[in-house]
Design a protein around this ligand. Structure first.
Ligand code: HOJ
Length: 246
């Protein structure tokens, strides 16, 4: 149990603060953009991009989001006490999952659009990725997360729990990760009890299973893409995207 934190309230406060400081876009800013949609011409422009151009375009933007998740992870009490290898192993499998959890803040359930390139885009914008099943799954998950109406605090603690997962492959010191995971679990339970939303805990654990299948679908598509467009995947994708997902 990290010595620096006297109690569970302090743990929750530090995770929520870190989430807020690494949110990339304040909620208010996104609310203001919710009805800024792409014109028919703009949608056609995205749809006429080549597969590799659109993949590169998306990889660059998602890598921005991943950078913020890496920053978030560093401020989770106990994360930095883990070995470098274990920190990388947790980020390798968990960072895209946290991006997908955070994506619900960037999603408008009234018209099924997600923030992309400064406006809100429907699934049709991503047609040229030739990955309709991935995009549908990403949108369905975002819609599903929005339905839970999580507060920023709940998103913060849930994101930390998604990241600090002692069941991840290739961990050197599983016991140590377990101890940090248990403290984060206590934090999530604590804030859910305080808001008397214990029922939500079960739903969040169910969502973690969906996240795992969604991320393996992402990896499967990325493998398919890298085989078809090795040059783009190896030399045009952001290094962090390759490091974590390829
Ligand atoms: C943390 O949550 C968010 C939410 C939205 C955004 C961000 N962060 C960062 C800033 N951002 C910008 C600048 O556009 C947004 C973004 O990247 N949007 C976006 C990108 C790609 C999408 O689908 C393609 C796709 C999805 C999953 C996996 C691979 C994929 O393609 C290869 C859909 C939306």
């Amino acid at each position: 149990y990290p010595h620096s934190l006297r109690n569970i309230d302090e743990l929750c406060a530090s995770i929520v603060r870190s989430h807020r400081e690494t949110s990339q876009f304040p909620l208010g800013e996104l609310q203001a953009l919710r009805w800024k949609l792409f014109s028919r011409e703009e949608i056609q422009a995205y749809q006429s991009k080549s597969v590799d151009d659109m993949w590169q375009h998306c990889a660059i933007r998602l890598t921005d989001a991943v950078q913020y998740v890496v920053e978030f992870a560093k401020h989770i009490p106990g994360f930095r006490m883990l070995s470098q290898n274990d920190q990388i192993a947790l980020l390798k499998t968990g960072s895209m999952e946290v991006v997908l959890v955070r994506m619900c803040r960037f999603f408008n359930t009234e018209n099924n659009t997600v923030f992309f390139d400064g406006k809100f885009a429907g699934v049709e914008v991503f047609k040229s990725l030739a990955s309709g099943d991935l995009i549908t799954a990403v949108f369905d998950f975002a819609h599903d997360m929005c339905a839970l109406k999580l507060t920023e605090q709940q998103i913060a603690l849930f994101s930390a729990l998604v990241l600090i997962n002692a069941d991840r492959p290739c961990l050197e010191d599983r016991g140590r990760v377990q101890r940090v995971q248990r403290s984060v679990e206590l934090g999530l339970r604590h804030i859910l009890q305080r808001d008397n939303l214990e029922g939500l805990l079960h739903k969040l654990y169910q969502r973690m299973a969906v996240l795992r299948s969604l991320c393996s679908l992402h990896m499967e598509k990325l493998r398919w893409f890298s085989q078809r467009y090795p040059l783009t995947a190896h030399s045009l994708f952001p290094p962090l995207y390759k490091e974590l997902f390829a």
